[in-house]
Design a protein around this ligand. Sequence first.
Ligand SMILES: C[S@@+](CC[C@H](N)C(=O)[O-])C[C@H]1O[C@@H](n2cnc3c(N)ncnc32)[C@H](O)[C@@H]1O
Length: 186
Amino acid sequence: MNLDAVREQFEQRAFDYDGLIPRLIPRYHEQHDLILQLIPFETNANIKVLDLGAGTGILSALILEAFPQAKVLAFDMAENMLKICQTNLSAFQERLTLQQGNFAEDDFGNGYDLVVSSLAIHHLDGARKKTLFKKLFQSMNSGGILLIRDIVTGGTPRLTEQYEQLWRQYMKDSGEDDKIWFQKHL
Ligand SMILES: C[S@@+](CC[C@H](N)C(=O)[O-])C[C@H]1O[C@@H](n2cnc3c(N)ncnc32)[C@H](O)[C@@H]1O
């Protein structure tokens, strides 16, 4: 799926995204808790944070809450996702900046202590991922941390198939059509 089609998907799904995503991704919220535990900074640290593909800002909100001095740039290509993000995170507006752009092509600034990205980078092909990782490395301060939660293949084709079956079953058990979602997002 090309990036324009990906953006269009999220423009359309923005308004029911927060309710939908935990039905598609097993342990969606628990994975965020794990990301928070992996952040090595003191809670009062004055950190500059980038959330790549921030969507409606669910992870950004948790970071802003856990780190009361942190400033977050929520970067996303879908305008409607950012609109919901702005509403959801209105309590943090002084420490939150929203920017619409494509992280494969557009500038997202530099000087970051922490970069997080959740369920967004898998939309890029291998070559674009490599370019992004170089750009990210240059955008981060020395000692900066990059935490990515995303879809990966299993260690062997058989494991990948088993993971896929388990994942599809989770979607079905949540009342969602796994065929549609696999086609759309993988
Ligand atoms: C599945 S949502 C994840 C949202 C949020 N990070 C979360 O975990 O709930 C993927 C988000 O990444 C954004 N996205 C995907 N590819 C992108 C790109 N190349 N540049 C900017 N945003 C992108 C989409 O617009 C969408 O909002």
